[in-house]
Design a protein around this ligand. Structure first.
Ligand SMILES: [Zn+2]
Length: 342
């Protein structure tokens, strides 16, 4: 395919080229903008018009340079379209971050020392992705260290919050986990969720939240043939995540299987030097078989301990993995509920 009617190249030719280019540019803007064709779809009709001109010249066998100029205008229209599209695409990527120009790295100078660090924009993007995969339940999504109350009637919790903040600050240099003990409704889960949210957002650390009952249920379900996930599918992230929150440890009635599963999880994380944050409302005391009263009725009346619920071996393992944080205070959920009933 070729244009047969080519004009002579002289001053008039260049003047005509300029005029044709201007026509074409405007036509290109018109096609992409007001005609609403956009930069990509707009190219298709323009290409069709170009082919129609070449075809018409061939078939009509009509000697005129008008075909040539039409072809120039149409090509110019297409070029404007493509150029606008490229500018647009480049502008979008440049808008991502003015600090690092979208590279993800920025240089920081302290005194005479110049270093390159991860740009905040990457930390934020990573933080959002990590937060999604941390599996924080909807009802705890709002929980943060900054909105954990520890003044007035909650002042007994100030120490626990301070321990949580120190943990976030020192991690990962100091990576001993936390065993958060306190009665129901005192705010253990709020504190644990607050810690991992802070680790995710300010340090870009991969964390995972699991309710102990939910985790055991999922493992049990994986034995069911109709369920696609295997036991390892459920456990792999629990083993591998950098910081695991295991909420309500001991809340499942202990059986041999429960004890085996808990020790599998805790021992694996201990051996891999992973950090585990545990909450429980069972007192951190030995199992009845070890320290309880010998009299059976006294034993039955006695409050169950963490040792009873997860086994004495795992309770002492926990003390190797975690620092104990005691949360003392009233059950605020209970108090709030009864206050609102009055
Ligand atoms: Zn950036």
């Amino acid at each position: 395919m070729h244009i047969r009617n080519v004009p002579r190249i002289d001053a008039g030719y260049w003047a005509a080229i300029v005029a044709a280019s201007m026509c074409g540019t405007n036509a290109g803007d018109l096609a992409a903008g007001p005609l609403g064709l956009g930069h990509v779809r707009g190219i298709i009709p323009i290409a069709a018009v170009f082919l129609a001109i070449v075809w018409a010249e061939k078939v009509l066998n009509w000697t005129t340079v008008a075909f040539y100029w039409l072809a120039i205008i149409v090509l110019r229209t297409m070029a404007t379209n493509i150029a606008d599209f490229a500018t647009h695409a480049m502008k979008v990527s440049a808008e991502i971050c003015p600090q690092c120009d979208g590279t993800g790295w920025k240089s920081v100078s302290r005194d005479s020392d110049r270093r390159v660090t991860r740009c905040d924009c990457r930390l934020q993007a990573r933080g959002r992705a990590l937060l999604t995969s941390a599996r924080i339940p909807k009802r705890y999504e709002h929980c943060e260290l900054s909105n954990f109350e520890f003044d007035g009637p909650h002042r007994l919790l100030a120490n626990a919050r301070m321990a949580a903040c120190r943990f976030v600050e020192e991690y990962p240099v100091e990576n001993t986990g936390l065993l958060i003990i306190g009665s129901i409704g005192v705010g253990k889960t709020h504190l644990a969720v607050g810690i991992i949210k802070e680790l995710v957002l300010s340090k870009g650390i991969a964390c995972l939240f699991y309710d102990y009952r939910e985790l055991l249920k999922q493992i049990q379900n994986s034995y069911n043939d109709s369920v696609k996930a295997t036991e390892l599918d459920v456990l792999r992230p629990v083993f591998e995540t950098e910081v695991l929150v295991l909420d309500e440890l001991g809340a499942v009635k202990p059986t041999d299987w429960v004890w085996d599963t808990v020790s599998h999880i805790l021992n694996t994380r201990y051996n891999n030097k992973r950090t585990t944050i545990i909450t429980t409302n069972f007192p951190d005391l030995p199992a009845a078989a070890v320290a309880g009263p010998r009299d059976l009725t006294a034993r039955a009346a006695r409050e169950e301990t963490l040792g009873d619920r997860i086994g004495e071996r795992m309770r002492s393992r926990l003390h190797e993995m975690c620092r104990v944080v005691r949360m003392e205070g009233e059950d605020f959920r209970q108090k709030f509920r009864s206050a609102s009933l009055r």
